[in-house]
Write a protein that binds this ligand. Structure first.
Ligand SMILES: C[S@@+](CC[C@H](N)C(=O)[O-])C[C@H]1O[C@@H](n2cnc3c(N)ncnc32)[C@H](O)[C@@H]1O
Length: 227
């Protein structure tokens, strides 16, 4: 489904959140009141109609078009979106409630804290699509994909699970490849063909297509996992 923007006008929101949102909670001396909770457990029956945990994750789901399209294309799969900007996460939760989408949910959360509420080897697919590039060198530390987060992705993915990464920012693509090579949890291939990629479009991807901006898509599979 596509979101009716007249029925659900987007909230006023900042382009980015405050700097502390991109720092793991364990590294903050004082946790500001605007920091999202880091739950050890989630009640799946409060999030999904069938009460089961998710099998897909949309990390940095933003305005949520991908999340909702995926949910309607795969009604048998629960998909959980993670979004650090509170206003956006709450707005999207309202859309999901209003449209009664049974298999989609969104959590106000910063992924730099890992995925403590997910079991090992429980997720079939993780989508990390068009993350914020943070192009300035002094802001690189705000990028969400770190060795720790990549390790968490590898932990929660099933042995045959897949991680999908896309970006239209060449320096970020280079950063992702270096991280994937250095950590060794995943092998990856670049996907050019839409049918081979097989996923609905994201909001940012649609903007890239409208404006003729090229982008890169990587599909990553686990090399094998020993905890
Ligand atoms: C450029 S937008 C892309 C949104 C969507 N995936 C798309 O392709 O249209 C990146 C999103 O990731 C979110 N984000 C950035 N850092 C995050 C973090 N540490 N945890 C969760 N979400 C994050 C941002 O707030 C933003 O909504």
């Amino acid at each position: 489904m596509d979101i009716d923007r007249r029925k659900y006008p987007l909230p006023r929101r900042r382009h980015h959140g405050s700097a502390y949102l991109y720092v793991p909670r364990s590294q903050l001396r004082v946790v500001p009141p605007g920091y999202p909770p880091v739950p050890e457990r989630l009640s799946w029956s409060e999030l999904f109609a069938n009460g089961r945990p998710p099998c897909a994750l949309d990390v940095g789901c933003g305005e949520g078009s991908f999340l909702l399209r995926f949910a309607s294309q795969h009604p048998e799969q629960n998909i959980l979106g993670l979004e650090v900007r509170r206003a956006l996460a709450e707005w999207l939760a309202g859309v999901i409630r209003g449209e009664q989408v049974p298999n989609a949910a969104v959590l106000w959360y910063s992924v730099v804290n890992g995925l403590p509420f997910l079991e090992d080897a429980s997720i079939a697919r993780i989508f990390y699509l068009f993350p914020d590039p943070w192009p300035k060198k002094r802001h690189h530390k705000r990028r969400a994909l770190t060795p720790f987060v990549l390790r968490e992705f590898a932990r929660v993915l099933r042995p045959d699970g897949l991680l999908y990464i896309a970006t239209d920012f060449p320096a970020l693509d280079e950063y992702h490849r270096q991280l994937l090579d250095q950590t060794g949890y995943f092998q990856y291939e670049e996907v050019h063909d839409d049918a081979d990629w097989g996923l609905p479009l994201t909001d940012r991807e649609e903007a890239c297509r409208r404006n003729g901006i090229p982008y890169v898509r990587l599909r990553c599979s686990k090399r094998g996992w020993a905890s």
